[in-house]
Design a protein around this ligand. Structure first.
Ligand code: UDP
Length: 312
């Protein structure tokens, strides 16, 4: 039975990863400091005989007893409002946390997978974004704490690969949505769904003409695990190329929830990227991966989750 450490296991994507790995026969050690993670996300895994949860902040030395085959470093705040409220923890988990997670993988001879991000491309001047694009990032802007921490995380991951021969994978995650996002997460999809379900104003930032491309979480997890199992060491974009404006996603959510909410405009946050769409040629050709879940199917599941959450 392969044994896998997942940092950030109580988070949105981390909890889906832990669940899928258990279903595939892995033993999973989930680590989380619960800063933005939530034990409710893994409550259903706690009784699983192959699952162990450890509350720990991976910016401090990470000790795991016994053999480890894979280390998946998923711990990090991941919403623009988190970067404003938690700038230093965001920098620390991307930098010190990645160093500790790499150290663990090296000590155990484990394969390492890092959650990187489309934010390494910043406000992109190339569109769609290929993995070869170096990005347009403001290091001292409000998003810099996340963007630069993830760019450092990629750099140190590649250094461990080149210098120590560690088998490393870098997944550049584009906007992803699904059940277990936080109601107050602040990102577009959970915010719009929560507002629509409460018939509150739906807050579109700026003109609403900025674009994103939204991937459903099960598609993302499938791509991550294909990369983990592959012999690819270069970064790979995983995301859904279906690009749309923020106004269009807000209107879709209002329609699908049957809400009486109206769209209202709020100021555009500093350095908000104007466009974003993954070029997934690399994932298609090297991993045989592409997203399968359409926007409305994914939103239906996500809306049902938020309905339950808001009623609880
Ligand atoms: N956004 C919005 N209203 C909200 C939250 C977000 O209009 O209540 C916009 C935000 O300005 C950005 C897009 O939606 O252009 C996606 O934002 P999100 O926070 O989901 O993530 P990002 O892709 O910017 O990291």
């Amino acid at each position: 039975m392969p044994r896998t450490v997942v940092t950030g296991a109580a988070g949105f994507i981390g909890s889906h990863l832990a669940e899928t790995l258990l279903a595939r026969g892995h033993a999973v050690v989930g680590i989380d400091n619960l800063l933005t993670g939530d034990l409710a996300n893994i409550a259903h895994l706690r009784g699983h005989p192959a699952f162990v949860f450890v509350k720990h902040d991976v910016t401090n030395y990470v000790h795991v007893e016994g053999p480890v085959d894979y280390v998946l470093h998923w711990a990090s705040p991941a919403s623009p409002i988190d970067y404003l409220e938690l700038p230093i923890p965001t920098l620390k988990v991307g930098a010190l946390g990645t160093h500790n997670a790499l150290g663990l993988a090296k000590a155990k001879g484990a394969r390492f997978v890092i959650a990187s991000t489309s934010e390494v491309y910043g406000d992109p001047l190339e569109h769609p974004q290929k993995e070869t694009y170096w990005g347009n990032v403001n290091p001292i802007g409000p998003r810099g704490v996340y963007d630069e921490a993830k760019r450092f995380a990629e750099a140190i991951t590649v250094a461990y690969h080149r210098y120590h021969g560690l088998d490393t994978k870098i997944v550049r995650i584009f906007n992803t949505y699904g059940p277990r996002m936080r109601v107050n997460d602040g990102r577009a999809v959970p915010t719009f769904i929560s507002q629509a379900l409460r018939d509150e104003d739906v807050t579109v930032f700026g003109s609403g003409r900025q674009t994103r491309s939204f991937c459903y979480v099960t598609d993302l997890v499938d791509g991550i695990l294909r990369l983990m199992d592959s012999d690819v060491n270069d970064p790979v974009n995983i995301g859904n190329p279906h690009e749309m404006t923020i106004t269009a996603i807000a209107e879709t959510i209002i329609r699908m929830t049957g809400s009486s909410s109206r769209l209202v405009t709020r100021p555009l946050p500093t350095d908000d990227p104007k466009v974003r769409q993954p070029d997934i040629t690399r994932a298609r050709t090297l991993l045989g991966w592409e997203p399968k879940v359409g926007l409305e199917d994914g939103l239906r599941e996500t809306i049902a989750y938020f309905r339950r959450k808001l009623q609880a």
